[in-house]
Design a protein around this ligand. Structure first.
Ligand code: FBP
Ligand code: MG
Ligand code: MG
Length: 358
């Protein structure tokens, strides 16, 4: 927290100081500034709401609702936010290519502009189902290095584990707009001063408490969960009288950005597990532009992130839009949930989704 009598540190100053410390190069600094500027534009669009004509679903060129590569209906703001991020990043010379939840394949920087050394992935608008009901949404992004001498970058160049991220962040469009960022040296939060148009550092070195009494999950999917997940939540709900010996509170905003922001602020565990609703999908959330950046932010704040079995950041991705189960937040609670899964697997190695509640 900035002392009341000190002038607040802007994002620009913070990044210049990180460059002086040798933590980032000038290109990465400029890339992050451009990403932050794009988030400011999205924040303005989100803030206009119904007055800006940005609510509701996007129309496909052929009529009807536009659907993205994931088969999900696109909101007008999904499309607009994607365009803002692409446009802002096209000309700067810091990026080689962008990839997005809203595009089937990555988009190399057009030939008209110089290509840089970084790859940017984003979920342009996270929590889309909340747009029309005026609940917090956000943008999530992840930055990777582009491998050397690749010519025109393509999807396979993005397939790097989360540990390879050089920066990750999100912007939450809530009662205030906040940018939360890591370049691998802690997780820091900046609040948008709307009068100045600048992000100002308001929380340095966010820390997720190791323990928690709060979990976030969409309970309506309970009947579709794996056996160890059923057992874990059953024990949470048993409260003080159960094996965990304490009462737990529950929250679910259905905007990952907002749920993770709460966890970075006061602790908790966020879970979107694998389920049987669509056995072809390993979970709902996407590894490359949702789970990986959030996992890095949470780990940099002293928390943990697994897929129920293994560390998310160690997963070797097989495709751009790969889905993954997500357990992240307070370290001890993530370890506990992970233990239920590992012990279940050790007892019944092949049971997985078919196993009965332990
Ligand atoms: O509606 P559900 O199944 O609870 O899922 C909510 C989750 O889906 C998401 O909205 C997916 O993100 P998008 O809105 O970017 O597709 C997460 O933000 C959120 O945690
Ligand atoms: Mg999302
Ligand atoms: Mg989205």
């Amino acid at each position: 927290m900035t002392p009341a009598n000190a002038s607040p540190v802007s994002l620009t100053r913070h990044l210049i100081e990180e460059e002086r410390r040798g933590h980032i190069c000038a290109d990465l600094r400029l890339l992050l500034e451009v990403a932050a500027r794009a988030c400011k534009s999205i924040s303005v669009a989100v803030g206009k709401g119904a007055l800006g004509g940005v609510l509701g679903e996007a129309e496909a060129a052929a009529g009807g609702t536009s659907v993205n590569v994931q088969g999900e209906a696109q909101k007008k703001l999904d499309v607009l936010s994607n365009e803002i991020l692409l446009e802002a990043n096209a000309w700067g010379g810091h990026l080689a290519a962008c990839a997005s939840e809203e595009m089937e394949h990555c988009q190399p920087i057009p030939d008209a502009y110089p290509r840089g050394n970084y790859l940017l992935l984003f979920d342009p608008l996270d929590g889309s189902s909340n747009i029309d009901v005026n609940v917090s949404v956000g943008t999530i992004f992840s930055v990777l290095r582009c491998p050397d001498d690749v010519g025109t970058p393509c999807d396979e160049h993005f397939l790097q584990p989360g540990t390879a991220q050089v920066a990750a962040g999100y912007c939450i469009y809530g009662p205030s707009t906040m940018l939360v960022l890591t370049i691998g040296h802690g997780t820091h939060a900046f609040t948008l001063d709307r009068e100045q148009g600048a992000f100002l550092l308001t929380r340095k070195h966010m820390q997720v408490p190791e323990q928690t009494k709060e979990f976030a999950i969409n309970m309506s999917n309970q009947r579709h969960w794996e056996a160890p997940m059923q057992a874990y939540v059953r024990d949470l709900l048993a409260g003080r009288e159960g094996p965990r010996g304490k009462d737990f509170n529950m929250r679910w905003i259905a905007s990952m950005v907002a749920d993770v922001h709460r966890i970075l602020t006061r602790g908790g565990v966020f879970i979107y597990p694998r389920d049987r609703k669509d056995p072809g999908k390993a979970g709902k959330l996407r590894l490359m532009y949702e789970a990986n950046p959030m996992a890095l932010l949470v780990e940099q704040a002293g928390g943990a992130a697994t897929n129920g079995r293994d560390r998310i950041l160690d997963i070797a991705p097989g495709e751009l839009h790969q889905r993954v189960p997500v357990f992240l937040g307070s370290r001890d609670e993530v370890a506990e949930a992970t233990r239920y899964h590992r012990e279940h697997d050790a007892r019944a190695p092949a049971a997985g989704l078919a196993g009965s509640a332990a």
